[in-house]
Each structure stands twice: as structure tokens, then as C-alpha cells.
Design a protein around this ligand. Structure first.
Ligand SMILES: NC(=O)c1ccc[n+]([C@@H]2O[C@H](COP(=O)([O-])OP(=O)(O)OC[C@H]3O[C@@H](n4cnc5c(N)ncnc54)[C@H](O)[C@@H]3O)[C@@H](O)[C@H]2O)c1
Length: 281
């Protein structure tokens, strides 16, 4: 069963979640977590109703006050204090309204695999992505997490160790749109001083996914809901100005390098597909 994730030092932070000035690079300010205990930060999640969102929203709820923005209505669990906003990321005004009063954005909404460029990828993964970052900036959100993909480097030979500093070798045009997102995130960090974190989610599957049992060759790439949640929580708690991390679990045979996430935010993935699903590599 997924457990609640936490980060070192949380129990010692008693001040409200705050934005404070800290000299860094051009002297701009960025977020610093001061409290995950007394006041849950306000997290806007775009696209929470998909494969990823439906798995991690329940795990994020104990850490954050959630506003869920999707183009489709979502069932909101009874007894939670989630807010729901109907918003299409192609509609800049709707996104601006969704951002009002929020501390952090987790941008999931996208076309999530290969699709026609002009009718699908361009309006959603390029224009919609820019809308999201710009709406966040104008609303005063100081930290944005962007869901990128392991497909950005999938043309390296299978099994070859790949680090986040290596040149991209996108697998699809979809992955190229995510490379654009990573570049735009870097721009928003360098130019506007926002804290921007790109997570290259690898092969995300819920614990009950039958694919985990039938596709053991994919196990080294698995990203579990619990580990992705841990990475998100730790990225939000950290004061990093920019991050580009692989979102992948502690799988046997993993060849995507997570050492920068371990160093920068203390990411320690716990799940190993082979151990959990009883299949030896
Ligand atoms: N699932 C994976 O294994 C995986 C791997 C790498 C990266 N990612 C990325 O993670 C994110 C989430 O992936 P997913 O698998 O949950 O996607 P999904 O396609 O299952 O769900 C996408 C969600 O976004 C919403 N959405 C789509 N278009 C929208 C729009 N125009 N405005 C507002 N909401 C919109 C949908 O209603 C849905 O709730 C995506 O950015 C995807 O590229 C996913």
C-alpha cells in the first residue's frame, strides 16, 4: 500500500508557507517551504483526471490543499477539501482564474502520447503549455512542476545509462513538445526567477496495472505512484531554482540516472517493480 511521503526536517518548520527574498543568480526571489505541518500549501493541478492524476491526487491530498483544473468534470472524493475548476489549457483566461491565490502549479494537462501535430500537439502541448506557465507567472505562483517524459531520451540504445545532462534524443514528436516545455521552464527560471522543475516521468503505472505483470521488460522504467508523489512533494519543499529529474522508481536494472534528484531534493524511491510483482529480471 502507498504510504504517506515526507521529507527530512518537515517537523521543524512551523512558519507559514512563504515566499521570501533570497539572493540567487540575478537576485530574484523564489519559493521556500516553511510549513507542511500547520498549513498545507495550495497546489493547482492541471489535468488531474488522467492516468497519472487519478493515482497521485489521493496521495498528494495530505500534503497540499488541492485545486483540480481539468477540461472534463471530475468526481471529487467526499469529505475532502479539494476545489474543482473546469478549465481548458487552451483558454488563457480560464487558466488565469484557476491560478488565482495558488502557491504552486503541477502541470499535467497535455496530449500524453504521439498525436497529430497541428490539431493536437500544437494547441495543447505548445500553446497550452505556454498558457500554463504564463498564467502561473502572472498570478504570482512562484513554483511550477512540469510533467515531461522519459521519451525525450528514448532513442539512446536500450540499457545505456542516460543522465539528465545528456543531449535529448526524442522518441516521438510528442516528446519533442516536452523538450520545448523543458526549454520554456528553463527560460521562466532564468528570465523571470520562477522555481521550475521538470520531471521526466518514465513508465507510469498504478499498482494494480496488469501491464506490470505482463511486461517485465518495462520494469526498469517503472515510475510508481508513491515514488512520483515523493518526488513531487520533495521538489515543492525544496528551494531549487531549476530541476530536470527522471521520475523513475528504485527498480532493478534502472538505467536512467536519478542522482541529481537524490542530491538536489533527497529523492529516495522505494518501489522496485521486480520485487513488488514477483518477477525476476
Ligand atoms: N502516463 C505516463 O506514463 C506518462 C509518462 C510520461 C509523461 N506523462 C505526462 O504526464 C501528464 C499526465 O499524463 P496522463 O497519462 O495522466 O495523461 P492522460 O491523457 O491520461 O490525462 C490527461 C488529463 O489532462 C486533461 N486534459 C487534456 N487536455 C486538456 C485541456 N486542453 N485542458 C485541460 N485539461 C486537459 C484530461 O482531461 C486528463 O484528465 C502528461 O503531461 C503526460 O505527457 C505521462
Amino acid at each position: 500500500m502507498p504510504r504517506r511521503v515526507w521529507f527530512p526536517g518537515a517537523a521543524f518548520c512551523l512558519c507559514p508557507w512563504a515566499i521570501y527574498a533570497k539572493p540567487h543568480g540575478n537576485g530574484s526571489t523564489f519559493l521556500k517551504s516553511r510549513d507542511f505541518v500547520m498549513n498545507r500549501p495550495k497546489l493547482l493541478i492541471t489535468g488531474p483526471g488522467g492516468r497519472v492524476g487519478t493515482q497521485i491526487v489521493p496521495l498528494l491530498r495530505s500534503h497540499f490543499r488541492l485545486r483540480l483544473a481539468d477540461r472534463n468534470p471530475l468526481p471529487i472524493a467526499a469529505g475532502t477539501d479539494d476545489e474543482f475548476v473546469l478549465a481548458d489549457i487552451r483558454d488563457f483566461s480560464a487558466l488565469q482564474r484557476a491560478c488565482e491565490g495558488m502557491d504552486v502549479m503541477l502541470h499535467l494537462a497535455a496530449v500524453s502520447d504521439e498525436a497529430d501535430f497541428h490539431s493536437q500537439l500544437l494547441p495543447m502541448n505548445i500553446v497550452g503549455l505556454h498558457n500554463a506557465f504564463e498564467a502561473a507567472r502572472l498570478a504570482g505562483i512562484r513554483k511550477v512542476l512540469f510533467a515531461s517524459t522519459g521519451q525525450t531520451v528514448l532513442h539512446y540504445p536500450p540499457g545505456q545509462p542516460v543522465g539528465p545532462e545528456m543531449p535529448v534524443r526524442p522518441w516521438t514528436v510528442y516528446a519533442c513538445t516536452k523538450v520545448f516545455g523543458e526549454a520554456l521552464a528553463r527560460y521562466y527560471s532564468d528570465h523571470f526567477g520562477l522555481s521550475m522543475v521538470c520531471i521526466r516521468i518514465c513508465w507510469f503505472q498504478g499498482y494494480d496495472s496488469p501491464l506490470l505483470k505482463t511486461q517485465p521488460e518495462m520494469h526498469p522504467k517503472w515510475c510508481s505512484p508513491r515514488d512520483l508523489t515523493q518526488l513531487i512533494v520533495k521538489c515543492i519543499a525544496s528551494d531549487i531554482r531549476f530541476g530536470l529529474f527522471f521520475g523513475v522508481s528504485n527498480n532493478a536494472g534502472r538505467y536512467w540516472d536519478i542522482s541529481n534528484a537524490q542530491t538536489a531534493v533527497g529523492y529516495q524511491p522505494e518501489d522496485d517493480a521486480a520485487k513488488l510483482f514477483g518477477i525476476q529480471q
